[in-house]
Design a protein around this ligand. Structure first.
Ligand SMILES: Cc1ncc(COP(=O)(O)O)c(C=O)c1O
Length: 384
């Protein structure tokens, strides 16, 4: 292993990377100033094209993804939008998994549709049947596995192979698996997106996203779009994600193990209707998960026996340890609620029931289990 440190001069070197703050980049000659745009896609010409701190993070994420290039963005949602908007234009057909992250679907339905993009959703647990959805003007397939909240597994390598034969680009939101669980670029996917807000940052205190690719042409297009849309990142946030990455693998392994312990306990409880978690044998996505992914994530969903508003309120009121909030992947366990109507409104609904989603943190899982036990007791009391 090579030594990793950051020298500032002969007299100073640190183990942590420098935080470079800059809007203005200075030039040593008028010629290089005139030609500054030729420094792209990875050079520096103005703050909007990134700083050395952003580049360090991009190199680190590209390495993790097994990819050549990476662009970091101010959030995971910015990365998803960038990956689509850099390549899709009016008249194109865009295929999106019905269980994609909700804000990507809203962006497609409201903004892209307004610009004349034909947006179509496909079932989230799809495999080779994706071929039936491809049209002559299909430009890109957006994938996410497992699906947001409902956790369906798509067969990503199978879809990538079919897309390639049709000349259709593919983008995967790989946030749940992370590159430790799955590396989309090694399976023929063109663009790999991570919401670094979740596992990479790991401490629920920043927003950041990343798009990685092996294709230099795609990368140049991403960089230009990023710069034109002003999607640059704060160097402090890049620094914090670089720091988060130092413990990423340890956190990921422990949190994924904790998720399995908690989900397996929940499975035995009488008030549980169903656990949605492809890592569990018996889940409809288990075989696809086992075939394609190395390990699991820290996030899973479950449904309770009966939909009853006051019983759900009693459940959440009884929680003493688990905070209720959006997001996941941080060191603190977190719980979230998705009402039944949200599920019924989906194009390919997995269920018509309310869903509870749990992100396992680094705590002793016994603490989370104790909290869930109290909450389940309150739920069943309220049902009486
Ligand atoms: C799967 C997935 N992708 C993307 C995002 C968006 O990330 P961010 O919150 O950084 O915009 C989220 C956020 O919850 C997510 O869960």
């Amino acid at each position: 292993m090579t030594k990793k440190y950051y020298p500032a001069s002969d007299a100073f070197a640190a183990l942590s990377p420098p935080v470079w703050r800059a809007s203005t980049v200075v030039f040593d000659s008028v010629e290089s100033f005139i030609n500054r745009k030729s420094r792209q896609p990875d050079g520096y010409s103005y703050g909007i094209t990134g700083t050395p701190t952003a580049r360090l993070l991009e190199q680190e994420i590209a390495r993790l993804e097994g990819g050549k290039h990476c662009a970091v963005t101010p959030s995971g949602q910015a990365a998803l939008c960038l990956a689509v908007m850099a390549f899709v234009q009016g008249g194109d057909h865009l295929l999106i998994s019905a269980a994609s992250y909700g804000a990507l679907k809203t962006y497609a339905d409201k903004w892209l549709a307004r610009l004349g993009v034909e947006v179509e959703y496909y079932p989230a647990d799809i495999s080779g049947e994706i071929a039936d959805y491809i049209r002559p003007n299909t430009r890109m397939i957006c994938l996410e596995a497992p699906g947001t909240v409902t956790m369906e597994m798509a067969d990503i390598p199978a879809i990538a192979a079919i897309a390639a034969t049709h000349g259709v680009m593919t983008m995967v939101d790989n946030t749940w698996a992370s590159p430790l669980g799955f590396r989309p670029l090694e399976h023929g996917i063109d663009l790999c997106v991570e919401a670094a807000t979740k596992f990479f940052g790991g401490h629920s205190d920043l927003l950041l996203g990343a798009v990685s690719t092996n294709n230099l042409e795609y990368f140049s297009q991403l960089r230009e779009t990023q710069s034109i849309m002003g999607l640059q990142t704060s160097p402090e946030d890049c620094f914090l994600v670089l720091r988060g990455l130092e413990t990423f693998e340890l956190r990921y392994r422990r949190q994924s193990e904790n998720a399995l312990v908690i989900a397996s306990w929940l499975q035995q409880q009488p008030d549980i209707r169903e656990i949605l978690f492809p890592c569990l044998p018996g889940d409809p996505g288990h075989e696809v998960w086992k075939r394609n992914f190395n390990t699991g994530g820290c996030l899973f969903s479950f449904m309770l026996k009966q939909d009853n508003d006051s019983a759900y309120s009693a459940f959440f009121r009884a929680l003493k340890h688990l905070p209720l909030g959006a997001s996941w992947g941080g060191v603190h366990s977190l719980i979230a609620f998705y009402p039944a109507q949200m599920q019924r409104d989906r194009i390919f609904p997995r269920t018509d029931r309310a869903i509870i989603r749990l992100s396992a943190g680094l705590e002793d899982p016994a603490l989370v289990i104790e909290d869930l036990q109290t909450a389940l007791h309150a739920y069943s009391e309220a049902l009486r």
